[in-house]
Ligand binder design. Structure first.
Ligand code: ADP
Ligand code: MG
Length: 629
C-alpha cells in the first residue's frame, strides 16, 4: 500500500515532536487519554438518542495496557471511532484546535520546546516517546476496521484491520533507551498510573489498568505471591465538581492549559456553584492573551456544556454574550434535559437563565479585578478592551449597563488609563463636558492645537486611538449626566459669557473676510470661522455635523470607501494670533490674491496638523518659498 504524505503543517509539527529534546515527554499520555475521552463523549451523547448504540454510561471506559516484552503501550477506548476517511483526515492533517494554534505561533526551530508542556499539542505528541504509532479504529456504524500506521515524517499508511468492538486502540511502539533519555519508564505500570493521576484524574470515564500487587499466600505466614487486578486509576470527579478549597491554583491552571490548549496564565479563574431555580457549576477562565485568531471571523466563542456530567457540546455560543467571547470554560447543569438537541438549545429557558447569570458573574469579576488588581485589569484591557468596545458599539449601546464602567481610555494629563468614572470624579466643578480627541496615536494627539485651550482650563482629555472609539462615543452620547465632546467638534463650552460676547463681535466683523477665504478655498471647507479653541496656534481644522475628520479617515480605509460620507470641514482661525492681523491687513487692502494664497497655506497647515496629507504638495512648497522671497 502506497505511503501517504502528511500535510506540510502536520509534518512540521511531527518533526518537532520526533526531534523534541523536551524532557517532559510524559504529556503525550494526557493527550491520548483526552482524545479517548472526547471520542467516548461523542458516542455517549449519541447513545442518548440512538438505540442502536447499545452501550450505557457504565460500559464506557478507557483501557491502558502495557506489553513490556514488545515495548508496547496501548490506549484503547470504546468511543465513536474513526472511518478510513476520518483516519486520513484527522491524523494526516494537523487538527483544528490546539495543535494548529501551536504550529501557527511557533516556527519549529526547536527553540520553543518549553512551550510544549503547557500546550495541548495533540495526537502527534505520541511521537515524542514512540518510534512507530498504530491506530486501529472501528467507527460507530461501520462494519470494517482500519489501521493507520506511521513511523514519523516519511508518511503513513492505512490498511484494513480486524477489530471486534467499536472504538480506537492507539498502540505506541516505545522508543529504545538512549544515552540521554530513558523511555522504559513508559512501560512501567506504576509510573503510568501515576501519570494518569497527575494529568487525567478528572476524566469522567474510568481509566483502567492491570496493576500488580502482592499478598500473603493463603495458609502461609511468610510466603508472598503477586497477583494482578484490573483497577480504575482516576477519581473521575471533574474539577468543576470538586469543592473550591480542595483545588490549588496549579490544578486550575493545568486544567486550563490542557482543556483549552492554552499556554498563558489565566488572569482570573471563576469557579461558581449556583443553586436555586436553576443550579449549575461553572468553571470559567479569563485568559491573559487573545487567541491568535481571536479578532478574526474564524474564532468560535462558547463554553463547553455538560448536563449531569455528559458533554452536550464543546462550544455552546449561547452561553456567552459577544462582549465576553474571550472567556473559556465549562458549564455543567443538572437542570438541562439530556434529550435536548443542539438545535432546540437556543430556545431553552434554563440555558438563558444560566447565560444571564454567567454574564453578570463575569462582569462582577472584571469589575472586581479593575478595582482591586489594576495591573491585571490593564493586561486584560490590552488583550480584550477592543472587544468590549466593539460589542458595545454593535449593540448600539444596548450593553451600556454591562460595559460602560469596564471601559478604559488614555487620559492626556498623565498618559495613564482611566475609567469614565475616574475621569468624571477628577473633573473641576466648572467642567461641563467629557472632552475627547480621536486620532492615530497618543503622541500625535498630544500635539493637537485644539488640545491646548482645553488643558489650559484644567480640563483633562481622553485620547481615543482605536478606530471604533469615536463611533462609540457618539452612540454613548454621555456618561451619567456628562456629555462627550470632541475637542474638534462644536462648542466646547470653554468661554465665559463675557468672552463669548467679545468673540461674537469679532466674528461678526470678520465675516466678509472669512467668506472671501472660503471662496478662495473652493469647496474644501464648508466654513471659515473665528476659533475659540486655539491658544498659541494660528489655525486648526474642525468639523460640523455628526461626522468628524477622524471618522472620515476610518471610513475611507474601509471597503466601498467611495460611498462613505465625508466630514464637513471647518477652518478655524485664532483671532489673537499675528497671522490673523496679517490676514485682516490683506483683506482691508483689497489684496484678494494675497488673501487667497494665505487661506490655502493655512488650510494646508491645518491639514498637516490633523495628520492629513496636503492636496497639492508642490503648490504648498512653492507657496512657502514665495513667502520667503
Ligand atoms: P484535537 O484533539 O485537538 O482535535 P488531536 O491531534 O489530539 O487534536 O486529535 C486529532 C483528531 O483525531 C481529533 O480531533 C479526533 O477527531 C481524532 N482522534 C484522535 N484520537 C481519537 C480517538 N481515540 N477516537 C476518535 N477520534 C480520535
Ligand atoms: Mg486531542
Amino acid at each position: 500500500m502506497a505511503k501517504k504524505q502528511f500535510k506540510t503543517e502536520s509534518k512540521r509539527m511531527l518533526d518537532l515532536m520526533i526531534n523534541s529534546i523536551y524532557t517532559n515527554r510524559e504529556i503525550f499520555l494526557r493527550e491520548l487519554i483526552s482524545n479517548a475521552s472526547d471520542a467516548i463523549d461523542k458516542l455517549y451523547f449519541r447513545s442518548l438518542t440512538d438505540d442502536s448504540v447499545q452501550l450505557s454510561h457504565d460500559d464506557f471506559k478507557i483501557d491502558v495496557k502495557i506489553d513490556k516484552e514488545n515495548r508496547l503501550l496501548t490506549v484503547s477506548d470504546n468511543g465513536i471511532g474513526m472511518t478510513e476517511e476520518e483516519l486520513d483526515k484527522n491524523l494526516g492533517t494537523i487538527a483544528k484546535s490546539g495543535s494548529r494554534q501551536f504550529s501557527a505561533e511557533n516556527e519549529t526551530d526547536g527553540s520553543d520546546v518549553d512551550i510544549i508542556g503547557q500546550f495541548g499539542v495533540g495526537f502527534y505528541s505520541a511521537f515524542m516517546v514512540a518510534d512507530r504509532v498504530e491506530v486501529v479504529s472501528r467507527a460507530f456504524g461501520a462494519d470494517k476496521a482500519y489501521r493507520w500506521q506511521s513511523s514519523g515524517a516519511d508518511g503513513y499508511t492505512i490498511t484494513e484491520a480486524q477489530k471486534d468492538g467499536v472504538g480506537t486502540d492507539v498502540i505506541l511502539h516505545i522508543k529504545a533507551n538512549t544515552d540521554e533519555a530513558n523511555y522504559d519508564e513508559f512501560l512501567d505500570a506504576y509510573r503510568i498510573s501515576e501519570l494518569i493521576k497527575k494529568y487525567s484524574d478528572y476524566i469522567r470515564f474510568p481509566i483502567k489498568m492491570d496493576m500488580e500487587h502482592t499478598r500473603k499466600k493463603e495458609g502461609s505466614e511468610d510466603e508472598y505471591e503477586t497477583y494482578t487486578e484490573n483497577e480504575t486509576v482516576n477519581s473521575m470527579v471533574p474539577l468543576w465538581k470538586k469543592p473550591k478549597n480542595e483545588i490549588t491554583e496549579e490544578e486550575y491552571e493545568k486544567f486550563y492549559h490542557e482543556r483549552f490548549h492554552a499556554y498563558d496564565k489565566p488572569l482570573r479563574v471563576i469557579h461558581q456553584k449556583a443553586e436555586g431555580t436553576t443550579s449549575y457549576q461553572a468553571l470559567l477562565f479569563i485568559p491573559e492573551k487573545a487567541d491568535y485568531n481571536y479578532y478574526s471571523k474564524n474564532y468560535e466563542k462558547g463554553l463547553a456544556l455538560y448536563s449531569s456530567g455528559v458533554k452536550i457540546m464543546d462550544k455552546c455560543a449561547d452561553l456567552l454574550p459577544d462582549c465576553f467571547s474571550f472567556v473559556k470554560g465549562v458549564v455543567d447543569s443538572e437542570d438541562l434535559s439530556l434529550n435536548i438537541s443542539r438545535e432546540t438549545l437556543q430556545q431553552d429557558r434554563q440555558l438563558k437563565v444560566i447565560a444571564h447569570a454567567l454574564e453578570k458573574k463575569i462582569k462582577k469579576e472584571l469589575k472586581d479585578m479593575l478595582e482591586k488588581d489594576r495591573e491585571k485589569y490593564e493586561l486584560f484591557w490590552k488583550a480584550f478592551g477592543l472587544q468590549l468596545k466593539y460589542a458595545l458599539y454593535s449593540t448600539i449601546g444596548g450593553q451600556r449597563d454591562l460595559l460602560e464602567d469596564l471601559l478604559l481610555f488614555t487620559r492626556a494629563s498623565d498618559g495613564k488609563l482611566c475609567t469614565l468614572k475616574e475621569y468624571c470624579d477628577a473633573m473641576p466643578d466648572s467642567q461641563k463636558y467629557i472632552y475627547y480627541a480621536a486620532g492615530e496615536s497618543v503622541e500625535k494627539l498630544n500635539m493637537l492645537p485644539q488640545a491646548e485651550m482645553v488643558r489650559d482650563h484644567g480640563y483633562d482629555i481622553l485620547f481615543l486611538t482605536d478606530d471604533v472609539d469615536e463611533f462609540l462615543m457618539q452612540i454613548l452620547h454621555a456618561y451619567g449626566e456628562k456629555e462627550f465632546r470632541s475637542i474638534s467638534g462644536n462648542d466646547l463650552g470653554l468661554e465665559s459669557e463675557e468672552e463669548k460676547k467679545e468673540h461674537e463681535e469679532k466674528a461678526e466683523s470678520g465675516k466678509p473676510m472669512f467668506e472671501a477665504m472660503q471662496k478662495a478655498l473652493d469647496g474644501k471647507v464648508s466654513e471659515v470661522k473665528l476659533s475659540s479653541r486655539l491658544k498659541t496656534h494660528p489655525v486648526c481644522l474642525s468639523s460640523k455635523g455628526p461626522m468628524s475628520i477622524e471618522m472620515e479617515k476610518v471610513l475611507a480605509a474601509m471597503p466601498n470607501a467611495e460611498k462613505a460620507p465625508k466630514a464637513e470641514r471647518v477652518l478655524e482661525l485664532n483671532g489673537d494670533h499675528p497671522v490673523y492681523t496679517a490676514l485682516c491687513a490683506a483683506f482691508e487692502a483689497g489684496d484678494t490674491e494675497k488673501l487667497g494664497e494665505y487661506a490655502k497655506l493655512l488650510y494646508d497647515q491645518a491639514c498637516l496638523l490633523e495628520g492629513l496629507s496636503v492636496d497639492d504638495p508642490v503648490a504648498f512648497s512653492e507657496a512657502v518659498c514665495k513667502l520667503m522671497q
